[in-house]
Design a protein around this ligand. Structure first.
Ligand code: 13P
Length: 345
């Protein structure tokens, strides 16, 4: 298959209306922290067992088009002895891979951080592709304070995201481009909007400069929302209005799908906000989810590291995936949170 044909086939699946992406690509450090908070031991095998629980949830392919894996998981097998990438393909779900190598300080800024991992990326992508990965993810972060993000950080992150995206497309891998304006802090939703618009603008200018084909990317943005510590909480209507305004101003209609990160919102909040945005249809792009925490929180808390809880944990994951799938077409309703939503048998 030519690279363009591969990109086309992958994006067609990822942009399926009513489906989203599960981010299960937490680095070992991050998942260890999440496990430890619940007294779950973090070992290679406990992480494997947990990820197996997620990807083998019966019927999950109705709501999830792709799963982002961490490199460790791409190299692991399910308890049936099947490599994770093959197990996903068999379930009709595309396997993807986080390819950035985390954050380092950007010199001459006030401790702002840039994402590393471009060195050797073409070689790594070839290896991941051979193991079955069809798309990739790279996350850039922006911290809001009185004087950040700086222009230097905005420009540097944009340049690096665009170089990563161009390298992925040259390898026939669809890039998820993830600019995350962090929710930490006490900023208002207005301040978040003021920051987010130039951030997205810079990202798309860089993608254009680097000749990235917008038809074959997934944009994974943060929503425009008040900071966690802000006393004035924006309701879903306000989040939807501000987020869609910024996306309309900055994201060309050639981009097929926008899949949000949850960024520390509660599970219910992330679903309600996505739903409210889709109720503003028609929109130029598919608008869906690529959540980690907002899909997994109840699931991992139910599992607790105990094999006896696998079924109940899958049930919790299935419910969140289904509600977010409904939100991705604007058909979610808050009262559904009270409903018993059973696993497909
Ligand atoms: P959250 O949904 O937990 O923000 O994670 C999404 C993600 O992939 C962050 O890179």
């Amino acid at each position: 298959m030519s690279n363009i044909a591969a990109l086309q086939a992958t994006i067609a699946k990822l942009a399926t209306k009513g489906k989203g992406i599960l981010a299960a690509d937490e680095s070992t450090g991050t998942i260890t922290k999440r496990f430890q908070a619940l007294n779950i031991e973090s070992t290679e095998d406990s992480r494997r067992a947990y990820r197996e629980l997620l990807v083998t949830t019966p019927g999950i392919n109705e709501f999830v088009a792709g799963v982002i894996l961490y490199e460790e998981t791409l190299n692991q097998k399910t308890s049936q002895g099947i490599p994770f990438a093959n197990a996903l393909e068999k379930a009709g779900i595309l396997p993807g891979i986080k390819v950035d190598k985390g954050l380092i300080n950007l010199a001459n800024t006030n401790e702002e951080q840039v994402t590393q991992g471009l060195d050797g990326l073409p070689e790594r992508l070839a290896e991941y592709k051979a193991k079955g990965a069809r798309f990739a993810k790279w996350r850039a972060v922006y911290n809001i304070s009185a004087n950040t993000p700086s222009q230097l950080l905005i420009d540097t992150n944009a340049e690096v995201l665009a170089r990563y995206a161009a390298i992925c497309q040259a390898a026939g891998i669809v890039p998820i481009v993830e600019p995350e304006v962090l929710i930490d802090g006490d900023h208002t939703i207005e301040r978040c909007e003021e920051v987010t618009e130039p951030v997205f603008q810079a990202v798309f200018e860089a993608l254009y400069r680097h000749k990235v084909k917008l038809e074959y990317i997934v944009l994974k943005p943060s929503m425009v929302i008040n900071g966690k510590a802000c006393s004035k909480k924006a309701d879903p209507a306000a989040v939807a209005k501000a987020t869609i305004r910024v996306l309309r101003r900055t994201v060309p209609g050639a981009v097929p799908t926008v899949n949000f990160l949850s960024g520390g919102q509660s599970s219910e909040q992330a679903t309600a906000n996505l739903d409210e945005m889709n109720k503003l249809a028609p929109l130029p792009w598919n608008l869906s989810f690529s959540y980690a925490r907002a899909l997994q929180d109840y699931c991992v808390k139910t599992w607790k590291g105990d094999a006896n809880n696998v079924k109940a944990a899958q049930q919790a994951f299935y419910k969140r995936a289904k509600l977010n799938s409904l939100a991705a077409v604007g058909k979610y309703n808050k009262s559904m949170e009270e409903e018993v939503i059973s696993l497909a048998s």
